[in-house]
Design a protein around this ligand. Structure first.
Ligand code: ADP
Ligand code: ADP
Length: 232
């Protein structure tokens, strides 16, 4: 479902250039939850942002759902991005929009009709447990509730893939547990493929099927989670 082939990314050029990814190969099959773990500065954020081309790789190929994204730009890239949802550490909600209208936003941008938007948004808000908060603003919500809004928004375009960029790093352990449980439900119920980055072992242990270790821009190890955490 997600495929990276010899992906490299260098920021800047000349003496100040920083190479954040080095020849990364990664394959995440449909329905899998794959975690990438590594220290701060290892290249996790660059890696996940290369999957939906928020960052453009300097070299290599990125494909999602059988389509090569690295060859696309403009409208074709925007269309392809509808199949990729993303959530962030700091939620990235729009403060002047209600819960309902945050989730509706991507559908409004796609030009969907109001009635159809409503048919999508209502069940999503129910699924994330916020159907009683539709008219609240983000400032009125807890961190966990904000991330639930962000998850509903990420799912609005019915993506095949969900990218999670340190999605629980700003949350307390209990809230982290409930968000991870929600992500696992979504993976099971919708068959959604999930790629997440984290610096927390516990996150990987809790929901990932498979894990890669990133160090200085390179994937240095990959294993099933059971094997990764079992002493040899
Ligand atoms: P992580 O998410 O693991 O902390 P990042 O992908 O954010 O790692 O960063 C990897 C390397 O790339 C770091 O050395 C970082 O300073 C550098 N870097 C990240 N983003 C940029 C940028 N926009 N411009 C220049 N250097 C960057
Ligand atoms: P604007 O200020 O852009 O006019 P509104 O608050 O009037 O925004 O909302 C725009 C549309 O979004 C509404 O006409 C309605 O279709 C939809 N909408 C907003 N909140 C809800 C909600 N809680 N439930 C259902 N639809 C809503």
């Amino acid at each position: 479902m997600i495929r990276l082939r010899t992906v490299s990314k260098t920021y800047g050029s000349g003496p100040s250039a920083v190479t954040a990814l080095r020849n990364v190969d990664l394959h995440v099959p449909k329905g899998q939850i794959h975690g990438v773990i590594g220290l701060s500065g290892a290249g996790k954020s660059t890696l996940i942002r290369c999957v939906n081309l928020l960052e453009r790789p300097t070299q290599g190929i990125v494909s999602v759902d059988g389509q090569e994204l690295t060859g696309l730009s403009g409208t074709a890239l925007n269309q392809a991005r509808h199949r990729i949802g993303m959530i962030f550490q700091h939620f990235n909600l729009l403060t002047n929009r209600t819960v309902y209208r945050n989730v509706a936003l991507p559908l409004e941008l796609m030009g969907m009709a109001r009635g159809e938007i409503r048919e999508r948004v209502d069940p999503l808000l129910k699924m994330v447990g916020l159907d009683d908060k539709t008219d609240q603003y983000p400032a009125q919500l807890s961190g966990g509730q904000k991330q639930r809004v962000a998850i509903a928004r990420a799912l609005a375009s019915r993506p095949k893939v969900l990218l999670c960029d340190e999605a629980t790093s700003a949350l307390d352990p209990q809230t982290t547990g409930s968000i991870l449980a929600l992500l696992r439900d979504i993976n099971r119920q919708l068959g959604l493929t999930i790629l997440l980055i984290t610096h927390e072992m516990e996150v990987v242990k809790t929901i990932c099927h498979r894990v890669s270790l990133i160090s200085d821009g390179a994937l240095v190890e990959e294993a099933d989670v059971g094997d990764f955490f079992t002493a040899p």
